[in-house]
Design a protein around this ligand. Structure first.
Ligand code: LLP
Length: 417
C-alpha cells in the first residue's frame, strides 16, 4: 500500500494534489511520500523485533538527503557503496555506527574516508581489498570493522542484471573459499572481523531463495565458530521485491516467519539492506504529454521525461504502471501506445505496447513505482537537466532537490585556452 490515491478526481500524494506540484515546480518531477517511506521502514522493524536487528537502507536506491533524513530520523542506518554515498549518508545525519560499506572496488581514498568517519563495518569483497583496508587502517592507527561478503551460489530468479549471488557473478568471495579468507583476515593486525555479509540479488519475489541463502550463511557461521572465529553481525543484504504490475512478493513479515527461527539460534545482530522495498512504491515520476502522434497505425505519447530520467524500462525491460493524474481520464477508451521521451534513441521509452486510457496533449501522467533506482540512475544525456525531487509530508510538500539549471549542465567545464 502507498499514499498515491485519487481524491476529488485527481491523483494525490498524501494530501497534496500532484497537479498542484506540477503547476508550481514544473514537470517532470519525482515525488516521494514521507508517510509511505517511513511506514515501509517500520514494517521491517516490526517484522524482525524478535531478533537484534539493524535496517541499513540501501542508499543506491534513492540517495536524496531529504529522503535519507526521514529514514534516519525513524532509526535507519545506511548501506553504502561509494565515498559519495557515505558523504550523503553523513549529510543526512546518519550515525556512522549504523553504516555498512559494500562494493567490489573501494579505493584507498574511499577506505580512508570511511575509517575517518567511523563506519560500523566494511563488507569486503576480495582478498586484495582486505589487504588494502588493513594497510590504510594501519597507516591511520585505526582498527577497521570488517565482514566478508560471501557468495552463497543461490539463484534469486530475477533479472540477470540484478542477480548477484551466483558463482558466476563478480560479487563476494565464494562460500567454499571463505573460511580460509577469514583465517587470513583474522591475522591482519588492523582488522577486527565482526561480521559476515551476503546479498543475492534484487526484485526477488519468492521466499525460497532467501531461506536457502540464509541457511547456507548460517551453516557458514557455524564453520567459522569451529575455527574459533566469532562474529557479531550477520548481514543478509536486501533484495525483497515490490509489486510493479502483478507480482506478489512476500511481505517482510512473511520472510521473518521463515528466517527468524533460524536467526534466533545465533546471538548476533541481523542487518538488512532493503532499498526498493522501502522506497520503490513511495515515489512516482510525474511527466506531461508534449505531443501525441500516429506512425504507421501506432500511437506514440511523447512526454517530457525520458530514459535519462528513468532508465529502468529500457535497461531492464521493466514494467512501470502509467496512471493519468486526472481520474476522469480513466473512463476514456483504452488504446495500445508507446510512451516515449524526447531523446534521440529508439530505446527512449517509459512504456512500450502498453494499454492505457487515451491521453491528450498537455495532460499529466504518473509513472508509478519510481521511487527506487529512478533519480539515482538519472543522467544528463542529451544535455537534459536532471529533474526536481519533491517530498510530501501530509498536506505540505518540500522541494528536496531543485531542477538543474542550464548553468548546472556546464559546471566545471571550460573551453581550452
Ligand atoms: N545491498 C547490496 C549489497 C546491493 O547490491 C543492493 C542492490 C541492495 C542491498 C539493495 O537491493 P534492493 O533491496 O533495493 O533490491 N538498478 C536495479 C537494481 C540494482 C540493485 C543493485 N544492488 C533496478 O533498477 O532494478
Amino acid at each position: 500500500m502507498h499514499d498515491f490515491q485519487y481524491k476529488e478526481g485527481t491523483l494525490h500524494c498524501e494530501a497534496v494534489p500532484l497537479e498542484k506540484i506540477a503547476r508550481e515546480v514544473g514537470t517532470p518531477f519525482y515525488c516521494y511520500s514521507q508517510h509511505t517511506l517511513v511506514r515501509h521502514y517500520k514494517v521491517y522493524e516490526e517484522a524482525f523485533k524478535d531478533v537484534k536487528s539493524l535496517v541499513c537502507f540501501a542508499v543506491k536506491s534513492n540517495s536524496n538527503i531529504g529522503v535519507l533524513h526521514e529514514l534516519v530520523k525513524a532509526g535507519a542506518g545506511c548501506d553504502i557503496v561509494s565515498g559519495g554515498e557515505l558523504f550523503r549518508a553523513l549529510k543526512a545525519g546518519c550515525d556512522p555506527r549504523k553504516i555498512v560499506y559494500a562494493g567490489v572496488g573501494k579505493t584507498e581514498e574511499e577506505i580512508e574516508f570511511a575509517l575517518k568517519s567511523g563506519v560500523l563495518m566494511f563488507n569486503a569483497e576480495s582478498s586484495q581489498e582486505l589487504f588494502a583496508i588493513d594497510v590504510v587502517a594501519g597507516r591511520m592507527g585505526k582498527k577497521a570493522g570488517v565482514a566478508l561478503r560471501v557468495n552463497p551460489d543461490v539463484d534469486p530468479q530475477t533479472h540477470p542484471y540484478i542477480s548477484t549471488g551466483l558463482k558466476k557473478n563478480k560479487f563476494g568471495i565464494s562460500i567454499d573459499a571463505a573460511v580460509e579468507e577469514y583465517q587470513l583476515a583474522s591475522k591482519m593486525k588492523n582488522l577486527e572481523i565482526i561480521g559476515v555479509h551476503q546479498h543475492i540479488g534484487s526484485q526477488i519475489t519468492q521466499v525460497r531463495p532467501f531461506v536457502d541463502a540464509v541457511e547456507r550463511l548460517l551453516a557458514f557461521v557455524d564453520k567459522l565458530r569451529a575455527v574459533d572465529i566469532h562474529i557479531k553481525y550477520i548481514d543478509i543484504g536486501g533484495g525483497l521485491g515490490i509489486t510493479y504490475k502483478d507480482e506478489a512478493p512476500p511481505l517482510p513479515s512473511e520472510l521473518a516467519k521463515e528466517i527468524v527461527p533460524m536467526l534466533k539460534k545465533h546471538d548476533c545482530t541481523i542487518i538488512f539492506e532493503p532499498g526498493r522495498n522501502i522506497v520503490g512504491n513511495a515515489g512516482v515520476l510525474v511527466t506531461r504529454v508534449v505531443y501525441t502522434k500516429m506512425n504507421e497505425g501506432k500511437t506514440f505519447y511523447i512526454v517530457d521525461a525520458g530514459m535519462n530520467d528513468l532508465v529502468r524500462p529500457t535497461l531492464y525491460q521493466a514494467h512501470q504502471a502509467i496512471q493519468p493524474i486526472d481520474q476522469a481520464a480513466m473512463g476514456r477508451t483504452k488504446l495500445e501506445v508507446d510512451v516515449v521521451g524526447p531523446i534521440c534513441e529508439s530505446g527512449d521509452f517509459l512504456a512500450k505496447d502498453r494499454v492505457v486510457p487515451e491521453f491528450k496533449k498537455g495532460e499529466l501522467m504518473a509513472v508509478m513505482s519510481a521511487g527506487a533506482y529512478g533519480f539515482t540512475m538519472a543522467s544528463n544525456y542529451n544535455s537534459r537537466r536532471r529533474v526536481a525531487e519533491v517530498l510530501v509530508m501530509g498536506d505540505k510538500y518540500h522541494t528536496v532537490r531543485q531542477r538543474e539549471t542550464w548553468d548546472d549542465l556546464i559546471r566545471g567545464e571550460k573551453v581550452a585556452s
